[in-house]
Design a protein around this ligand. Structure first.
Ligand code: G1P
Length: 278
């Protein structure tokens, strides 16, 4: 049912300058794999086979990454390096990639709205923010967990996690009633509230399942925090109608949009590889 996944990837990645001056932040590697490839693999595991990427100026490397590189493949054919391209080749063979540009940085709500032309208005779709790198070593990936939950509730779902009170100002924060273990019916959402004004410490992280009626809602949403169109505000309108679920996912999330989170993720995956090799 959920076959399409949207990847807003037009942001500048200023926290990683100068590395991101000429290179998209989504292409920063954790070990040998770019961040966005982790996201695409998570979406594939959840059953998606159309990856719709919202790009911008200077993001061509993403398009090239998800395309065949004949020269390179020819060059390393038959060598021990060939297997290093096996995963990405598999992705390219299994998925369709579609792209559009967000020409102006007008917020995540605007980026998602730009994706309307790619994901259409017939079916629910997923959204992954690639700099939130999510893993669940004990079972289903985070998006798979959410897709399964969608089958039960058939409404918008946001992934959330508890964060320390002094960090809530970095996130969209939800207020809601627990309806089952780890699942909340959302009644209110606030984008990056002051720490002392947040309705809870349940922070939204970069995984969403959205129903296509969200596009009309975005169109009627006014710019919010930082003068940008915030998906949190559009989802808040839906939440007031009882149409948004927050899900405390099983697994771990690395904030790879920050240097600390990026290094943490690198160490995590490095240790994992080491253990595999033992
Ligand atoms: C975005 C969303 C925010 C969410 C966060 C998760 O913010 O606007 O609601 O909590 O992603 O990473 P950003 O980090 O892009 O500023």
């Amino acid at each position: 049912m959920i076959k399409k996944c949207l990847f807003p990837a037009a942001g500048y990645g200023t926290r990683f300058l100068p590395a991101t001056k000429a290179m998209p932040k989504e292409m920063l590697p954790i070990l040998t794999k770019p961040l966005i490839q982790y996201g695409v693999e998570e979406a594939m595991d959840a059953g998606c086979d159309v990856m719709s990427i919202i790009t911008g100026r200077g993001k061509r490397a993403i398009t090239d990454h998800f395309d065949i590189s004949y020269e390179l493949e020819h060059q390393i054919q038959g060598s021990s390096k060939e297997k290093m391209l096996a995963d990405i080749r598999h992705i390219i063979d299994q998925c369709t990639f579609t792209y559009t540009r967000q020409n102006e940085m007008k917020g995540l709500g605007d980026a998602i709205f730009k994706g309307k032309v790619l994901v259409g208005e017939e079916n629910p779709f997923a959204v992954i923010l690639a700099d939130d790198l999510c893993v669940n070593p004990d079972g289903d990936g985070i998006l798979t967990q959410m897709v399964k939950l969608y089958e039960k509730y058939k409404c918008c779902i946001v992934a959330c996690m508890e964060v320390p009170k002094e960090e809530v100002h970095k996130y969209g924060v939800i207020e809601g009633n627990r309806i089952e273990e780890g699942v909340y019916m959302v009644s209110n959402m606030v984008e990056k509230p002051d720490n002392d004004k947040a309705p809870s410490n349940l922070a939204v992280i970069g995984r969403y399942v959205l129903t296509p009626d969200i596009f009309d809602v975005i169109q009627n949403t006014k710019p919010g925090k930082n003068g940008e169109l915030q998906i949190t505000d559009s989802l808040c309108s839906q939440a007031k109608k009882g149409m948004v679920i927050a899900y405390k996912f099983k697994g771990r999330r690395f904030d790879c949009g920050s240097v600390d989170g990026f290094v943490e993720a690198t160490n995590y995956f490095y240790d994992l590889e080491k253990k595999k090799a033992e």
